[in-house]
Design a protein around this ligand. Structure first.
Ligand code: GDP
Length: 670
């Protein structure tokens, strides 16, 4: 039977991901000539925005045939700003190829991706590309890998003449077909070096191998390969290969290594229908396309598609099923377990939806990537008449990317979006322009703050007038450690307040705390229902939804609510001579750092700084280190702002603390 792999190719921008993808497609005969990123003709960079900018924004798919099997490539965006998309595509992968440039070594985003792949236990192999670039130093790369990447790197190849276009990638096959004595002995030496080192590394992971290693057995490539396969699947070891994609070198060997060491789609198949919508796009003629990976079962055109969480009467029919290859479509009408395809006709479907069986937890995946958009912007149409049009466009875009978190303030009509970074804002502006013909202006990004109680406090609301109504709610609020979220408990009995109403209090509280007294989401709070009262005649079913917000916000006010801001972690390294300036800058940003480690004239350092001060840090760092340093940034935690600092967000809707107006607005609504 034909086997199939869905492989993600991931990399820091510019490492050569697109070039490698093109070369693989060429190898498999899926395209006639490799497009070139530099000329804007790459097959997978199909969005117009991408063509102009030379970066991949949306996940694109392509596939090729290799030795009779099929390898599907899920091309994931390389920029940090699109991490939401990266995480969603990770969950549909059978394995990943992490591309690292031999010239630049491990870069900022490489680390972030590597962490995510590890957390999600995605079998990964590493392709060290650009070995032709002048100055490439393989030994120092190996040293950097073992220092910066946890897990065992199994270097399967060697490079002859690295740093020149005459470079040659040496594998076991290089020597296999040449039977001359010299070649045979060189080949033997090669095998002993390669497998001897892998033997030593795997012995640290595997007891059986450890015993054999300690008793000084000779490395046996066949059994070591099998072990390497096992530990690769477990996400504890990473086969490493070399490439010079621009020169078309190392590409066949890369494909062989994928087939040899990464698990195919059948490794994760389920019996029942089960799939994940990892992306939603819009086609000008066909409408919404749900990009689905099926893990089990099959889907055909005209099938009703069961989206988990939707009522069966709302299920929609698939109108067409297509495979997308570069910008081209093939109507296939059907997809099987293990495949990835675009399904049309599902108008209610969103990125992240599950098809069929439940059991996979998207939230867990997203938290594995620490995906909290930490910045927000306010957007306006240049032409004020187009406000409704913009609102519709933003709704559509946030269906494609729920992390955008589009929100409109009904009171002020202001529109807000959450974003991961500045490049994403530029892309948004262009998308709105090219797809919807809308010009917008964006405010400068602000960080997304949160609020939490300062200390234990109580808030009470007695809502008994004007009749008919009766709801008394008393809430106690207290701070919890960072990352706890909101915890609700009740200490009153059913006799005092029926559980039905207690549930109303809980639901209303969670809704209320989406904006606290400063307008930000409330977090890290324990809220206890300490008293309550209803009236068997006067209580209207919705009264607790009127009283709870008042009590909750009174409690929060009484607790002297604290404003929290996001902090990010930075990993920095650069030449020792720049260290003084870099450390000074971190202190100037109110940051803290660990004691730097210095090796061979290069310092390595971890720091934690408030994002508010670090928004332009990538640029600052580049200029502090004359462009020679390397840095990575990742969300760390929410921490209290300095005393006296306050930033508020206009309230969406009527303020429950403006009690009379609040009650009036609630009553006129029901
Ligand atoms: P991506 O951003 O990771 O998709 O990287 P691209 O494939 O767009 O490549 C970035 C740049 O590096 C382009 O100018 C490529 O021509 C160049 N490049 C890619 N692979 C190689 C290689 O093996 N050697 C050299 N010297 N340049 C390469």
């Amino acid at each position: 039977m034909r086997r199939r792999w869905n492989i993600g190719i991931l990399a820091h921008v510019d490492a050569g991901k697109t070039t490698i993808t093109e070369q693989l497609l060429l190898l498999g005969g899926s395209i006639r000539a490799a497009g070139s990123v530099d000329q804007g003709t790459a097959q997978t960079d199909w969005l117009e925005v991408e063509r102009r900018r030379g970066i991949s924004v949306k996940t694109a798919c392509a596939e090729f045939t290799f030795q009779g099997d099929t390898i599907g490539l899920v091309d994931t965006p390389g920029h940090v700003d699109f991490a939401g998309e990266v995480a969603r595509s990770l969950q549909v992968l059978d394995g990943a190829v992490l591309v690292v440039s031999a010239a630049e070594g491990i870069q900022a985003h490489t680390r972030t991706i590597f962490h995510a792949l590890q957390k999600m236990r995605i079998p990964t192999l590493i392709a060290v590309n650009k070995v032709d670039r002048p100055g490439v130093d393989i030994d120092s790369l190996k040293e950097q890998f073992s220092r910066q990447l946890s897990g065992s790197c199994a270097w399967l190849q060697e490079v002859e003449e690295p740093g020149s276009t005459a470079c040659r990638i040496l594998t076991e096959d290089t020597y296999a077909n040449d039977s001359s004595d010299i070649s045979a002995s060189v080949g033997k030496g090669f095998r002993e070096r390669i497998w001897g080192r892998i033997f030593e590394q795997l012995a640290e992971l595997d007891e059986e191998l450890e015993e054999r290693y300690l008793s000084e057995e000779q490395p046996d490539p066949e059994s070591l390969k099998e072990k390497l396969r096992i530990y690769t699947r477990l996400g504890q070891a990473y086969p490493v290969v070399f490439a010079s994609a621009k020169e078309g070198k190392g590409i066949r060997q890369l494909a062989e290594t994928i087939v040899d060491y990464l698990p195919d789609a059948s490794a994760r198949s389920t019996k029942e229908l089960f799939g994940i919508v990892f992306q939603v796009t819009h086609d000008p003629t066909m409408g919404k396309a749900a990009h689905i990976r099926l893990f089990g079962g099959s889907l055909a055109s005209r099938d009703l598609v069961p989206v988990a969480g939707q009522e069966p009467e709302n299920w929609e029919k698939a109108t067409q099923i297509r495979r997308i290859q570069g910008g081209k479509f093939l109507d296939v009408g059907r997809m099987e377990s293990g495949e990835i395809a675009a399904v049309y006709g599902l108008s209610g479907c969103r990125a992240g939806d599950v098809i069929g069986g439940e059991g996979m937890d998207l939230e867990e995946w997203e938290s594995a990537m620490d995906l909290q958009p930490l910045l927000m912007i306010q957007v306006k149409p240049v032409d004020e008449q187009k406000e409704m049009e913009l609102a519709a466009a933003l709704t559509e875009l946030s269906e494609e990317d729920p992390l955008l978190h589009y929100e409109r303030n009904p009171m002020t009509e202001q529109m807000y979006l959450r974003v991961m970074g500045k490049v994403q804002i530029e892309i948004l502006e262009e998308l709105l322009q090219t797809r919807f013909g809308l010009e917008i202006t964006c405010s400068n990004p602000s960080v997304v703050y949160k609020e939490m109680p300062g200390h234990r406090a109580v808030g009470k609301e007695v809502y008994t007038m004007p009749k008919p109504c009766w709801a008394v709610v008393e809430l106690q609020i207290e701070p919890l450690p960072p990352g706890s979220g909101i915890v609700f408990t009740s200490v009153i009995k059913e006799k005092v307040l029926p559980y039905r109403y207690q549930n109303h209090v809980k639901a209303s509280l969670l809704d209320t705390f989406r904006q606290g007294i400063y307008g930000w989401e409330v977090t890290d709070a324990k809220v206890t229902l300490t008293d309550g009262e209803h009236h068997h005649v006067h209580t209207h079913p919705l009264d607790f939804f009127v009283a709870t917000p008042v009590a909750a916000l009174r409690a929060l006010t009484a607790s002297d609510a604290v404003l929290l801001e996001p902090y990010v972690k930075l990993w920095l390294s650069a030449g020792e001579e720049h260290m003084g300036k870099v450390l000074g800058q971190i202190l100037a940003m109110r940051g803290e750092f660990s004691s730097p480690e210095i090796k061979e004239g290069i310092f390595h350092l971890e720091a934690v700084v408030p994002l508010r001060d670090a928004m332009d840090y990538p640029v600052t760092f580049r200029s502090l280190t004359s462009g020679k340093g390397s840095y990575a940034m990742e969300f760390d935690s929410y921490r209290p702002c300095e005393e006296g600092f306050l930033e508020t967000l206009p309230r969406r809707g009527v303020d429950p603390l403006d009690r009379a107006k609040w009650i009036l607005s609630c009553r006129s609504a029901y």
